[in-house]
Design a protein around this ligand. Structure first.
Ligand code: NAP
Length: 544
């Protein structure tokens, strides 16, 4: 595919923002179409999430053989994973290997943050401005900025007064942190905290875990990957991947068809025991209606609570660790020794729901009028998910409209791919797409392939611009909400709803169901990019 010949020829065909799983594959795939592509990456290395999140214990909770690219059979065969769940360093080396193997680095500009992307209606080009004050023009922009990349740092009063170091799990120092002999506070008990707490507890003199909402977590049971198992999967990788793509989450959660309420209490217990012992995400697939029916959900919640009582020796601590919200409504966590950690004499659980953090002080934090003295504080407070990375860039579409304003009442995107009024701006795994409810790598590949197909179709039509129609976008968002409302997901204050960030509109952002979504995208393409509008630069858009 050759570059578009228009009277306003931009310097680049495509600017990709971000060099994580999404950006790297976008570069490879779009360069393969003969397009001139440049990736801007704020970090000093490739890897995205896996570059920034280096906190102790960080690993993926989708199995390694699944959480990897499928676009290259050679890559699939030559890379060997060492553990059931890959650690952050291993995933980062994999992504560095990918960058080298596909000669990606020559088109990646590291240490460069994109500050603004402004659409010029006359030329039909995007003007991209980076932090170093440089500017570049491109026909298309692909935002591969990640769903969980903009850290959420609650503004506690007195933060500047704290005399020790403050860390955020999503911005961990590259040289690592040694907590030996230190008194440490971890704020938060989500996935990141659950992984870090057992390791920090082993090092620290004393660890205070500041819990606002108790979390459901099941054992990960990570283990070295059996070479025979790896060889078996490699021998049938295409079929293995196809099978994963048929799953709701594009990953094998080994979901059972049976309702939790059809099973007898003994049978339920047997299923939950089996899955608890096997470890990992299969626990969430124990029964078909856990996220559909409150009564079914309560059986899983009760089971986890009973396990907490068995593990945690101090009954008061055990009670406080027991979650009360809908099971798996916030993302289910997978741990290695999390509940056991509270049996250590150097670990204290602090309930900051009852006594919220009032302030940081020079020597620690204050909750419930009491000061807890610590030497270091870890913010495991999560991310401004799905929209945060985009809203931190000044993105302006037709008529100079800011994306921040267009999304003031919640993100609006057709298929999670494009937003009306922002031509040629593609979102990778954007709000309204399955994204964070799936194996992200599968979702990324599907989106990049969709975008590549779309650019090829445009080239053969001689159109310069493509954008979402407002009508199709409205209908899609209604559908995304209707699907979410048919489940228990909207019943808790999760980051899926933006509820973890003060002032963020409460809108369920991801789309549930990978196979249905893929079928819908296929239909859209077969119907000539139904719901998208194409035009030539300087002219009004026409329905596809
Ligand atoms: P998170 O799940 O959003 O957890 C943030 C934690 O900080 C929550 O416990 C939250 O409490 C607490 N918090 C936030 N503001 C607070 C405040 N002002 N006072 C007290 N507590 C506060 O963030 P995360 O753990 O970084 O995980 C985010 C997502 O990243 C995960 O859900 C997952 O998708 C992904 N992730 C995956 C893995 C993996 O693959 N294993 C590992 C890490 C992260 P509330 O619940 O009360 O808001």
């Amino acid at each position: 595919m050759s570059s578009h010949a228009t009277k306003h020829r931009p310097e680049l065909d495509v600017v990709v923002v971000g060099a994580g799983f999404g950006g790297l594959y976008a570069l490879h795939r779009l360069r393969g179409l003969g397009l001139k592509v440049r990736v801007f990456e704020a970090g000093d290395g490739v890897g995205g999430t896996w570059y920034w999140n280096r906190y102790p214990g960080c690993r993926c909770d989708i199995e390694s053989l699944e959480y990897s690219y499928s676009f290259s059979p050679e890559l699939e065969q030559e890379w060997n994973w060492t553990e059931r769940y890959a650690s952050q360093p291993e995933i980062l080396s994999y992504l560095n290997h990918v960058a080298d193997r596909f000669d990606l680095r020559r088109d990646i500009q590291l240490g460069t943050r994109v500050e603004a992307a402004v659409f010029d209606e006359i030329s039909g080009c995007w003007n991209i401005r980076t932090g170093d004050g440089e500017g570049v023009t491109a026909r298309w922009v692909v935002m591969a900025t990640g769903c969980l990349s903009a850290p959420n740092t609650p503004p506690f009063p007195g933060q500047e007064s704290f005399e020790g170091p403050i860390y955020h799990t999503g911005r961990w120092p590259h040289e690592g942190v040694d907590f030996s002999g230190r008194r440490v506070a971890v704020i938060g008990t989500g996935s990141s905290a659950i992984q870090a707490i057992p390791i920090i507890a082993e090092q620290a003199e004393h660890l205070h875990v500041l819990q606002r909402t108790a979390t459901y977590t099941v054992p990960a049971r990570n283990r070295p990957l059996d070479p025979a198992e790896q060889a078996r999967v490699k021998a049938m990788y295409p079929a293995f991947r196809d099978g994963a793509r048929q799953q709701l989450a594009a990953a094998y959660f080994h979901s059972r068809e049976q309702s939790a309420l059809e099973a007898s209490p003994e049978e339920r217990r047997r299923v939950y025991d089996e899955r608890w012992d096997r470890g990992g995400s299969g626990f969430g697939g124990s029964f078909s209606d856990l996220l559909l029916n409150p009564e079914a959900n309560a059986t899983a919640a009760d089971y986890v609570r009973s396990r907490i009582s068995e593990i945690v020796r101090d009954p008061e601590t055990a009670e406080r660790l027991k979650p009360s919200q809908v099971f798996a409504c916030k993302r289910l966590c997978f741990d290695t020794g999390y509940y056991d950690t509270f049996n250590r004499p150097n670990v204290t659980l602090v309930d900051v729901r009852a006594d919220p953090i009032e302030a940081l002080t020079p020597r620690g934090l204050r909750t419930g009028g009491r000061e807890i003295e610590v030497d270091s504080i870890v913010f495991a407070t999560g991310f401004d998910a799905m929209t945060g990375a985009l809203s931190r860039i000044d993105i302006r579409g037709r008529g100079g409209q800011a994306l921040r304003d267009a999304w003031a009442e919640g993100p609006r995107a057709y298929l999670g791919l494009m937003t009306a009024g922002f031509p040629n701006l593609f979102l990778l795994t954007g709000p309204g797409s399955p994204s964070v409810l799936t194996n992200m790598v599968m979702s990324i590949e599907q989106h990049v392939d969709f975008i590549a197909g779309c650019l090829e179709a445009l080239a053969s039509d001689g159109a310069d611009l493509i954008e979402a129609s407002r009508r199709a976008q409205d209908a899609w968002i209604e559908h995304v909400n209707a699907v979410a409302d048919s489940t228990l997901y909207p019943r808790c204050n999760s980051w899926y709803l933006g509820a973890n960030v003060a002032g963020k509109p409460r809108v369920f952002m991801p789309y549930l169901g990978f196979p249905g979504y893929v079928a819908r995208c296929r239909e859209v393409v077969e119907n000539g990019y139904q719901g998208f509008e194409r035009s030539r630069a300087g002219a009004l858009p026409q329905p596809a």
